[in-house]
Design a protein around this ligand. Structure first.
Ligand code: PEP
Length: 253
């Protein structure tokens, strides 16, 4: 059985003190509600990692993630952060290829391949994002694009490496817009992603990869989205900044 995952992406929000409060509330509520079969991930700003890591209980179902890392392990890359630095802080997962980074930082398929390799090499789990812009969907090119995003950055990995990934399908037109993809649109794409993985790596790998949906997930729509057979949870932006709302989402399986 695949893991159920509620992954919050805080983006560039909260100061370290408010972030610690938010994380403490999430941890407390997860314990009060006895959430143990859902993995809760908090993807926090780099400045928050060390202090938040200290309050995460050793139960293994609450994890901490970074939102990016550089593709080199060290060197003259002013302002960047490396995989060994994140590993040293006890980071469990790293979001890679978020559409905001593809757009604003012009991340390429080749860079994302190297980043994925570096993250795996440092024993962290990549949460690899893919997804199309509205214009691409309107041209009915969304399946081809998502396939290209996966194959260009990930399909050189062997099955053992690939099986360690979490994939997040995030249609760009649904991120931060309040517009959620319909459960039919989400299931159709998740099924396609799993089928694409199965063709490359076989059924058993495809069956074990968690595929998350991201794009305006809220407590009100989480249950409908998470009930799709190929949806294993969500990557949640805005709604993860409210502990109760985020925990309500995590309870929606
Ligand atoms: C995201 O940034 O990954 C995201 C899905 O954001 P939101 O939930 O706010 O749409």
């Amino acid at each position: 059985m695949r893991k159920k995952i509620a992954a919050g992406n805080w983006k560039m929000n909260t100061n370290p003190e408010d972030g610690l409060k938010l994380a403490s509330q999430v941890v407390q509520m997860a314990q009060d509600e006895s959430i143990s079969d859902t993995t809760i991930i908090m993807s926090v700003p780099y400045t928050h990692i060390e202090r938040i890591k200290k309050i995460i209980p050793p139960t293994k179902n609450i994890l901490i993630a970074a939102q990016n890392c550089h593709q080199e392990v060290s060197g003259a890359y002013t302002g960047e952060i490396s995989a060994p630095m994140l590993q040293y802080l006890g980071v469990d997962c790293v979001i890679l290829g978020h559409s905001e980074r593809r757009e604003y930082n012009k991340e390429t398929y080749a860079e994302l391949k190297t980043k994925t390799r570096i993250v795996l090499k440092h024993q962290m789990t990549p949460i690899f994002c893919c997804g199309e812009k509205l214009a691409t969907r309107e041209e009915s090119a969304h399946f081809d694009l998502v396939k290209e995003q996966l194959s260009s950055s990930l399909f050189e990995f062997n099955a053992i490496e690939f099986a360690q990934l979490i994939i997040a399908y995030e249609p760009v037109w649904a991120i931060g817009t309040g517009v959620t993809a319909s459960s039919e649109e989400v299931q159709e794409m998740h099924h396609f992603i799993r089928y694409t993985i199965a063709k490359k790596y076989g059924e058993s790998v495809a069956k074990q990869i968690p595929i998350l949906y991201g794009g305006s997930v809220k407590p009100e729509n989480a249950q409908t989205l998470f009930s799709c057979p190929d949806v294993d949870g969500g990557l949640i932006g805005g709604a993860s900044l409210d502990a109760k709302g985020f925990i309500d989402i995590a309870k929606s399986f």
